[in-house]
Design a binder for this molecule. Sequence first.
Ligand code: F6R
Length: 610
Amino acid sequence: MCGIVGFVGDKNAVEPVLCGLRNLEYRGYDSAGVAFYDGSKIRNVKQAGRVAALENELVDIDIINTKTAIGHTRWATHGTPTKLNAHPHYNKDKTIFVVHNGIIENHQELRSMLEAKGYHFVSHTDTEVVPHLIDFYYQKTKDIEQAFTSAINDLSGAYAIVMMSEIEPNKIFAAKLSSPLAIGVGRKNNMVGSDASAVADAAEKIIYLEDYEIAVVEKNKYKIRNLKNKKAVSRDPEDILIEDARASKGSFEHFMLKEIHEAPKTIQNAILGRIKIETNEIKLGGLDSVANQLRNIDRIIIVSCGTSYIAGLVGEYLIEELAEIPVEVQLASEFKYRKEPYGPNTAILAISQSGETADTIAALKKVEPQGLLTLGIVNSPGSTISRMTKAGIYCHAGPEISVASTKAFTAQVTILVLLALSLGKNRSKLYKDLLVELASLPKTAEKILSLSPAIKEIAIRYSHHRDFMFIGRGYEYPVALEGSLKLKEISYIHAEAYAGGELKHGPLALIDENFPTLALASSPTLFDKTASNIQEIKARGGKTIVVTTKKQQKHFKTIADDLIIIPEVSDQLSPILEAIVVQLFSYFIAAEKGCDIDKPRNLAKSVTVE
Ligand code: F6R
């Protein structure tokens, strides 16, 4: 989703801005642009499509003597993804340029006010009100910092806003509310950016701005002010914590395939240093500081979105079974609106790969006044959610570049197993066995990956279908949801997911010879029920692909159209392995259809607007 970069230094300001934009590409975007001061005026170059297209536009322009520059990658919210709607946006005489991430909820009202005063709009974005509004205040005060502040005070919604102007061309102005923004502190230059990766190339330290803060950033100094109490803010810069977001695809055709293949390493990294088989111990260092509070919790609410929400559903099964603590999983986007009672011992667990998902952040903010224990399972180090939660466990899955989440799910569920086992006060009977099994799971995951050719062959045969059903029961139900999300996301095939038991309560009506089903059926306890589902589907002419184990295959051999035989593991760990199967299945279908797998249409990696 939208990314922001800004640079003030001695020379060549555009280069680090482009570099920051490239580092932010993983978030997903549909257009890009920069504005830079060339010593006499601000120039503005924008392009629909990729940052590479923007760089092509810049090849014939002398950017060496640029000292201040701002840049943006846009993911359309208001207005189509065109060059016209790309950021930076500007005022009438092109002296004030603004980039923005988020949504300005009162933009319509501000636009009408400005139009009534003679301001003319050229784009369809909500952002364009900002440079005009700053201009409006500047005409009154002739003080650009004051004008920026007054404009920010008028905005409602969620925003990270960065502005440069010809009035004070060696300064960048920044403000944020509910959307991440940071100052990158360098030796001979300073930067602003949406996250650490945006500033990592030319800055050494980072200062994360808080809501209602305004920053003025110059080459060798910066100041931060709180908009509410108007006081100066002093905050020490932190080390920049990022893993190399410029990971390469290596020999893989897509990042998604590479990231699926990282599953064994991902499981290994998630358990590394956290389990000790010899002493039967689990050590989650990130939770040490809240150990006392954890002992008393009697209810956990998991809040998350998309794939992270589905990992949360597996977590619900795990924590309730292994730790005997009641759990609810709520879509973060819905949790915000619910009015429900919490006890003092309720804990909120946010799960997020990026740590920047706006809905999940909003869910955490909602419970701030209650002072509840907030925990995070986050992949991206130093991200907003990792900083907002009182304690947490990092996934250590490394940067996930493909928009469709794969290895993050693997890591999240692995960590949820560890969390569930460690929360169990009366150690679950399964504790020891699961710990031992977990230690060998990376090897088992390798066996799943070795099934790729067989999965590919089946996927290609089914790739012409327009609809798909995924079913599962118990721990395999969330995997069905994940399979259907992955398939629709990257192949644009309509997919549904149901708990097997629900099939005859409605969705069975959809089934015919053109609506195949992938059934997850490796559970040693629930296979017979799933076998009945397969029979029901078969009786309606539907084709079935059954994922099961060697031991269970006899139950499906004669009724399934295709079988994918996977190694046997405990029910509690099966989602980790079966997820790899549905990820590969979806990937091979999308590849066969020639889809843009790593950057599916309309989607962004980091969903930073609500
Ligand atoms: C699906 C996918 C999304 C994310 C969701 C939450 O493949 O990638 O559904 O899982 O946007 O993102 P995070 O985990 O970053 O909060």
